[in-house]
Design a protein. Structure first.
Length: 377
């Protein structure tokens, strides 16, 4: 383009020289002709430059599109590979459970069925509980692998619906750690029902002790890559900023189930309520009081009893039972009586004092649970 402009200037000088040797009456016509020539030359130069630029931009856009498609294809292939491995584990667990059930029917007096996986020189044994734990750990690892792959690609200012819409919804779901305006990190499920879920609790591997103090449940504990509780103060900070829904996903006896509440929030630690009795009144602490909306799902409405209840831990009993439900179950929860739900209970317990969702498990422990919330307004 610079060479073309220099040519235009040279043309102007030549024409001016010719005009100087002509008559004065032709000066105006000569100036007009020069202006027209310069304008046309500049127009041609700029038009060509614009065309060249459009070609370069188009090529860059095509390269970018191919890069994104290539990444998505690699991600899908990796995800399918992990999903296939998990399916193999699930099939193995299913076959072992069938074997266990058959053995139990043939030997009804046997209190503890063990599945023999022995060769002639090996006498190893694995229980049904071991298999459930193996499957839960596999699910947790798959989520962690996908989170690692996505961490350099997905950048968001919030845990928003539609973040990872190109992924196929399977279970468990990829977890990302978005940037946010809060003063603490949180894991985000970007796939379930369009994504946008902040995960506040997970039990999958049984490698974290949930029999914790009030302070532990207040601030949170565990690892986002495995079992954890986000923290009551953090859950309150999130839910006070808008209206949120709650989704509880569980797995029990090889079956996946869920419970959904269209409204979810908790009060702050210092929340109190005034109770009236005749002419007297008293103020009662309702720390982290739970508030729930309407239920839907296939796991049963086992959290309903806790609606309106304060949070309890082993060292701060707020339940309505004569005893201490948190101490009895080995985990903090919104207890009223002891025994209807407690996803923070003792891991792997076969009695009604474990990781319980009564209408789903009938008193036994689930093998996987995840509580997640999403803003609806």
């Amino acid at each position: 383009m610079a060479q073309a402009l220099r040519a235009c200037v040279l043309l102007c000088l030549i024409m001016l020289g010719e005009g100087a040797r002509g008559h004065d009456t032709g000066t105006a016509d000569l100036a007009a002709a020069i202006s027209a020539q310069v304008a046309e030359s500049v127009k041609q130069v700029l038009t060509q430059a614009l065309a060249d630029m459009e070609v370069k931009v188009g090529a860059a856009e095509r390269r970018l599109g191919q890069t994104v498609l290539s990444f998505q294809e690699q991600l899908r292939e990796r995800y399918d590979d992990i999903d296939q491995r998990l399916s193999t584990v699930q099939s193995f667990v299913g076959s072992m459970q069938n074997t266990s059930n058959t053995a139990a029917r043939n030997s009804p007096s046997t209190g503890h069925i063990e599945l023999g996986l022995a060769s002639q020189n090996d006498t190893s044994f694995v229980t049904r509980s071991d298999l459930e734990t193996l499957l839960a750990v596999s699910e947790s690892r798959r989520s962690r692998d996908l989170k690692s792959m996505l961490s350099h690609f997905v950048v968001s200012n919030a845990c928003e619906k539609g973040m990872l819409a190109f992924l196929t919804p399977t279970f468990p779901y990829p977890v990302t750690f978005p940037k946010n305006t809060l003063s603490f990190p949180f894991p985000c499920d970007g796939v379930t029902d369009g994504g946008g879920w902040i995960i506040i609790q997970r039990r999958a591997a049984g490698n974290t002790d949930f029999n914790r103090t009030w302070a532990d449940y207040k601030h949170g504990f565990g690892s986002f890559d495995s079992d954890f509780w986000l923290g009551n103060d953090k859950i309150y900070t999130i839910t006070r900023r808008g209206t949120y829904e709650l989704l509880v996903e569980m797995r029990y006896n090889g079956t996946r189930a869920y419970a959904h509440y269209d409204r979810f929030s908790i009060a702050d630690e210092n929340h109190q309520e005034v109770e009236h009795s005749g002419y007297s009144r008293r103020t009662t602490s309702r720390s982290y009081k739970l508030s729930l909306g309407a239920y839907s799902g296939d796991a049963g409405d086992s959290l309903r009893e806790s609606d309106g209840q304060a949070f309890s831990t082993r060292d701060r009993d707020r339940d309505a039972s004569p005893g201490n439900c948190a101490l009895e179950y080995g985990g903090g929860w919104w207890f009223v009586g002891c025994g209807y739900s407690c996803l923070n209970g003792r891991w792997g317990a076969d009695s009604n004092k474990g990781v319980e969702w009564r209408e789903l498990t009938g008193g036994r422990s689930v093998a996987f649970s995840e509580m997640k919330i999403r803003r609806v307004s």
